[in-house]
Design a protein around this ligand. Structure first.
Ligand code: RB5
Length: 145
């Protein structure tokens, strides 16, 4: 299961991404925002990040104006590796090498067509493990001290 959330600045792009999730038959829960009314992105990021960290959802997608605020907030939660990606290569590599569990995008940065491709690349790529696991473990260590 996947969790998807946005603030007001990412609301329209979230709708496009949800259409694609439905087309693909991917199970998801939309945690809001549910309108273009202004909301504070850290609250939405916290909902998605806490659920992913708790294992209640496998992955998350967060959309704001730039993707940056969402990623900053989500990465404060232990166990979260949120990546801002606006190209397909980065989205694939952050799954393969960083085992990213949340994808962040900015509606004011990327067009809807590319955003759908970026999300699909993120969803379809698998973590390679091996030497990358050691490096991800080192990131996890940083959370402890
Ligand atoms: C909202 O105006 C905007 O600041 C927010 O969506 C996001 O881009 C923050 O990083």
């Amino acid at each position: 299961m996947l969790l998807i959330g946005s603030d007001h600045a990412g609301f329209a792009l979230k709708k496009v991404l949800i259409e694609e999730l439905e087309r693909r038959g991917v199970a998801y829960t939309d945690v809001g925002a549910f309108s273009g009314e202004a909301v504070d992105y850290p609250n939405i990021a916290a909902k998605v990040a806490r659920a992913v960290a708790a294992g209640e959802a496998e992955r998350g997608i967060l959309v704001c104006g730039t993707g940056i605020g969402m990623s900053m907030a989500a990465n404060k939660v232990q166990g979260i590796r949120a990546a801002v990606c606006h190209d397909v290569f980065s989205a694939r590599m952050t799954r393969m090498h960083n085992d990213a569990n949340i994808l962040c995008m900015g509606e004011r940065v990327i067009g809807p067509g590319l955003a759908v491709d970026v999300m699909n690349a993120f969803l379809d790529a698998a973590f390679e493990g091996g030497r990358h696991q050691r490096r991800v473990d080192l990131i996890t260590e940083l959370e402890k001290r």
